[in-house]
Each structure stands twice: as C-alpha cells, then as structure tokens.
Design a protein around this ligand. Structure first.
Ligand SMILES: Nc1ncnc2c1ncn2[C@@H]1O[C@H](COP(=O)(O)OP(=O)(O)OP(=O)(O)O)[C@@H](O)[C@H]1O
Length: 268
C-alpha cells in the first residue's frame, strides 16, 4: 500500500504508470459533525481530464480541498503523485502543494501589479523574496519563463498591463499562466468558468484543456455547466449525498441523464 504510484518498474523491466490520485475511504465531517463525504473510493489515471459534478452543497469543493488538505479529511487515505498526503509534515505538505496547480473561481491576483508580476508569483515554490514578486527584480530566466507562460494563454502583449485593467476572462487567463509557472504535475480546478459569461467561460475551459493535453497533465475540474462537462472531460464523477453516484467515460454519457443529475442531483 505504501509503494509510490508513479512510474514503477515491473518484473519485466517495463515502466508501468499508476494513477496520479487514489482516494480510499475518504470521509469528511466539519465541526458540526454532519457527514459531507462518506467513504469515497476512486482513482484517476494520468493524462486525463475528469469532471466532478453534483448539486449545490454535495461536497465537490470539500473534496478538492481535502485532496491537498486545505481542509483536513476526517478519515481515509489520499495518494497523489506518489505521496501519502495525510502523512506529510506541514513543511512537506507545503513543498508538495507546489506541484499541484489550482485554478479557483476567484483567482486572487494582485490587482495593482502587472500581468507579468502576477505570473512571476507562480515561481514562489522555487524562489522566495522580492525576486519572486516584482517583474523588475525577477531573474532573467524567471521573467522569460513567465513571458512564455503569458504567451501560452495568449496574453504576451498585455505583460505590462495592470491586472485591474484587464477583463474577467483575461484575469482568469493570467491566473492560469501563474499556475503554469508552478510547472504543475496535476491540476485541480474549482469552477474556473463560473464568474465568466458563457462565451468567455467556454474559451477559458478550452484553453485549460488544451494546456493540459499539450503537457500531458491530469485535471480534476468541478463543473457546473453540462455542456462544458461534455466538451472538456474524459470522465465524469458525480457526487450525491456524500457518495460517488456516477462514474463513467464522458463518451458514454447521456446528455438527458446528466441534465437530471445537474438539475436534481440524481440520475434515476
Ligand atoms: N468550512 C465549513 N464549515 C462547515 N460546513 C461547511 C464548510 N464548508 C462547506 N460546508 C458545508 O459542506 C457542504 C458541502 O459544501 P461544498 O462547498 O463542498 O459543496 P459544493 O458541492 O462544492 O457546493 P457548490 O456547488 O454550491 O459550490 C455544504 O452543506 C456546506 O454548507
């Protein structure tokens, strides 16, 4: 059970790649004792985009936060990128989180700083102090990498613009570029399209998926939009009453059944 999950040599010498995430018996209750997650078991294969769906309050955000211990699980085991997450010391957990890119609905950019400085902030796991904060103080290689990340999200020409002069969609792209700067191995996204108009939301989701595909990354994304779930995932996990009530390849998803799950939190 304690063996690393990422490339392991088999007896024949071939390389076998295990899941990027394996969750076993994950249970969570907040202080009031009400069970939110009730013994979840699932694993995610590398290089896949998985949509996490469920009614409001079904525990999607709680699950994402448990995975990296932004909230502490009550019980169960979480293995991500070969690490037993619940066994990590606070310092090891901070180092581990640097490998996980997170895209939130609210991106927490620094509004008065430039787009480039905000992207440079993604380097903080590798570099500390003002050199990881201001574009004018960042080492040349860090600036160049941040510019490349900006180019990947289509905003190289806005590098010097103050973030608060950019649109909501552009700001979410900057947040994605900052996340790329972390060189993540796994991406968690909590409704990255939620506060954007439908077209911009679709563009952001499409950009995120293209980057994930290009870099061969794994993505677990909370989705509230049926059409985005169908267009931007390989697999769908549905939460209902704290349990996984739906788990299927997106190619086999029936849009009407999914619509019921979105509207009522069930698929009966
Ligand atoms: N810090 C907290 N303390 C107590 N209860 C909480 C806390 N955070 C969330 N909850 C409760 O846990 C339940 C699940 O919340 P969570 O945000 O995980 O659901 P969700 O599926 O992401 O919802 P939504 O789709 O509305 O974002 C809700 O009843 C919520 O009120």
């Amino acid at each position: 059970m304690n063996a690393p999950l990422l490339p392991a040599r088999t007896a024949t010498g071939s390389t076998e790649v295990g899941p990027v995430l394996r969750v076993s018996g994950l249970t969570k209750a907040y202080a009031d004792g009400r069970p939110i997650l009730q013994g979840l078991d699932f694993a995610l294969a590398p290089g896949q985009s998985t949509a996490l769906i469920g009614a409001n309050g079904s525990g999607k955000s709680t699950l994402l936060k448990c995975l990296i211990r932004l909230t502490e699980p009550s019980q169960g085991r979480i293995e991500m990128l070969g690490q037993d997450i619940r066994a990590l010391s606070p310092a090891a957990l901070r180092r581990f989180r640097a490998q996980v890119g997170i895209v939130w609905q609210k991106h927490n950019l620094v509004p008065r700083l430039s787009a480039l400085s905000n992207v440079i902030h993604g380097v903080q796991s590798r570099l500390s102090g003002p050199r990881a904060w201001f574009q004018s103080l960042a080492p040349a290689d860090v600036r160049a990498e941040a510019m490349a990340c900006l180019a990947r999200v289509g905003l190289a020409d806005r590098a010097s613009a103050r973030v608060d002069s950019l649109s909501g969609g552009q700001q979410q792209r900057i947040a994605i570029a900052r996340m790329l700067m972390q060189r993540p191995a796994f991406i968690l996204a909590d409704e990255p399209d939620a506060s954007l108009d439908p077209q911009t939301g679709e563009e952001v989701m499409s950009l995120l998926l293209n980057l994930v595909r290009a870099d061969g990354l794994s993505l677990l994304v909370i989705s509230h939009r049926l059409e985005h779930t169908l267009a931007f995932s390989d697999r769908i996990l549905g939460l209902q009453a704290g349990r996984i009530a739906l788990d299927l390849p997106t190619a086999r998803a029936d849009a009407e059944g999914l619509r019921r799950f979105f509207d009522h939190g069930d698929h009966a």
